[in-house]
Design a protein around this ligand. Structure first.
Ligand code: HEC
Length: 149
């Protein structure tokens, strides 16, 4: 009887404890993906300013930022842990009901970012501008569908 009670409460404690741990790691995962997107947004914003003429076009700086975006574009996926659409997040629940499509959109963004990074090294302004616009479309297409306003 006592044994059963002890094991029972140990089981309960482990259950509660693991619940606490996993909700903490869900919040960390949300922060992780948001942090990656924040880095991408920061650098893409500077690139957009350059192609809009709001900031002088500096090929080296442009290429450096494009490389950061391309590298960091590989990061967010890991932060989209199972059903993490509650709490401090703008991710829509639809991500997890259409995960394969979400991954396709991520992949399209990664390819566009990698292309921008390569093209920007050539110093060809027009091609860089075109590649940046193409990348921006991949961001928007996912946000329109999978991110809350
Ligand atoms: C495959 C989908 C997808 C693609 C592609 C995508 N995003 Fe996002 N983005 C999201 C989702 C979902 C969120 C919301 C994350 C959250 O709050 O959990 C987000 C959030 C953000 C945020 C807010 C981060 C914060 O501080 O909370 C920025 C900035 C951002 N994205 C920039 C970009 C840029 C720039 C690109 C393209 C270079 C891009 N995203 C491409 C899905 C995407």
């Amino acid at each position: 009887m006592l044994k059963r009670y002890l094991f029972g409460s140990l089981g309960l404690m482990m259950f509660i404890f693991s619940g606490v741990v996993s909700s903490q790691s869900v919040e960390k995962a949300i922060k992780y993906r948001q942090g990656a997107f924040a880095v991408m947004g920061w650098n893409f914003g500077a690139i957009v300013d350059m192609i809009k003429g709001k900031r002088p076009f500096d090929q080296e700086d442009f290429a450096r930022r494009a490389k950061i975006i391309s590298d960091v574009s590989l990061i967010p996926l890991e932060g989209f842990v199972a059903n993490s659409f509650e709490g401090p997040t703008k991710s829509k629940a639809e991500i997890w009901t259409n995960f394969a499509d979400f991954e396709v959109k991520l992949k399209q963004m990664q390819e566009a970012a990698s292309h921008l990074s390569t093209v920007s090294l050539s110093g060809d302004y027009d091609a860089s501008k075109k590649a940046a616009i193409k990348l921006g479309k991949t961001c928007k297409s996912c946000h329109d569908e999978y991110r809350n306003k």
